[in-house]
Design a protein around this ligand. Structure first.
Ligand code: FMN
Length: 352
């Protein structure tokens, strides 16, 4: 086992995994943000985790990614890590999901580990500081060399946005403000968050059409993608893809959390009643299958970001071979360690 992997798995992870996952996440973000603020911090992280092998960059929708690996939405939800992620081997990040208003998220506990199943039970409920604060932070920090900035947009998890009209207005406000400021290399409209009041409101084709009609009022100069629900059956999923194509979306992230607790390796690791979607291993097979079907249905011009259960170089290759243009991940970094992006990059360089 390479040194950084051993250090994480044998020394750091056993300690971190004793503490509440959300507190560990907050510490990690604090440390990452501090390292990112200084040249020496960035260099140190780059030395430990950066990728300097053969060129594996990819250009997708006119945007060049230094590595085809992005940090998926939900980890850097307040955009605090943009100055360190390139040093960790990420070619891009999807910050957010951001919402029109600040939101504290659901009642804690919002995160729970299912260790044997290599999954997190995620009940965050779109906790974030709101689009205005996130715009301020992104403007303060400016563009980061070597890191593509995607911005994921969702609706505020609050009563005011629990109606269809309120929810559409919420997405619209964030989308308009971000476009007016010219922030973000691309946008992802998160239509499939499983943990908000009012439910997954936009995984129904007519509602999605209404949302995209309103968003089309905003002039947008960068690619637009949608984050897809992997628990939908294929016929519903295909209908949603058709709506995206109708509105000339550039592609999709396939996909979001898994709602089916029976896909856990150890069912007892999740609560009896549904309380949050599953990340990690339980997403892998389903998202790969949907990537294959999406590629066959939408053709080669439709961008696919493959996301769900990428925990190794082999998993990343599986997604790329299924038809993904790029990879997104969160859980793999938590369960395997921060060396994962480097490992995946070398696998892609060898076999991609
Ligand atoms: C802690 C956590 C928070 C998340 N929050 C969001 C979010 O705000 N928006 C979103 O589109 N996806 C969110 N997701 C879903 C991830 O972006 C991703 O789709 C999912 O975790 C599957 O990828 P993974 O198996 O690599 O973790 C979240 C996932 C996790 C683990």
């Amino acid at each position: 086992m390479p040194l950084m992997e051993t250090a994480y798995k044998k020394a750091l992870k056993p300690v971190l995994f004793r503490f509440d996952p959300e507190s560990v996440h907050d510490i990690f973000v604090g440390v990452g943000e501090s390292c990112g603020k200084t040249e020496i911090g960035r260099r140190l992280i780059e030395r430990l985790y950066g990728y300097d092998g053969p060129d594996i960059s990819r250009t997708v929708d006119g945007i060049t990614y230094r590595t085809p690996i992005l940090l998926a939405a939900g980890f850097d939800y307040n955009a605090r890590l943009t100055n360190i992620l390139a040093s960790m081997g990420f070619g891009g990040v999807e910050v957010g999901s951001v919402t029109a208003y600040p939101c504290e998220g659901n009642e804690p506990p919002r995160l729970r580990r299912a260790i044997q199943s290599k999954s997190l039970v995620v009940y965050k409920g779109l906790k974030n500081q709101g689009v205005d604060r996130i715009i301020e932070r992104l403007e303060e920090r400016g563009a980061q060399p070597g890191l593509v900035l995607g911005i994921s947009i969702a609706m505020t998890n609050a009563e005011s946005s629990a109606t269809i009209a309120g929810a559409i207005d919420d997405y619209y406000q964030s989308f308009r403000k971000l476009n007016e400021r010219g922030l973000g290399d691309y946008y992802t409209i998160n239509i499939s968050c499983p943990n908000v009041s009012g439910g997954e409101g936009f995984t129904e084709p007519d509602r999605l059409r209404k949302l995209l009609t309103r968003l089309a009022e905003v002039e947008c100069a960068v690619p637009r993608y949608a984050k897809m629900p992997i628990s939908a059956d294929w016929s519903r999923f295909r209908e949603l893809l058709d709506v995206l194509v109708e509105f000339e979306f550039d592609g999709a992230v396939v996909g979001n959390l898994n709602k089916d607790y029976d896909t856990l390796e150890v069912r007892e690791e999740a609560p009896e009643e549904y309380r949050g979607g599953l990340s990690g291993r339980p997403c892998r097979a389903r998202s790969t299958e949907l990537i294959k079907k999406t590629r066959a249905h939408c053709g080669d011009d439709f961008t696919i970001m493959g996301c769900g259960g990428v925990m190794s170089g082999d998993d990343a290759i599986e997604k790329l071979e299924a038809g993904a243009d790029l990879i997104q991940l969160i859980s793999g970094m938590i369960f395997e360690g921060p060396h994962l992006m480097k490992e995946i990059s070398h696998t892609i360089a060898d076999r991609g």
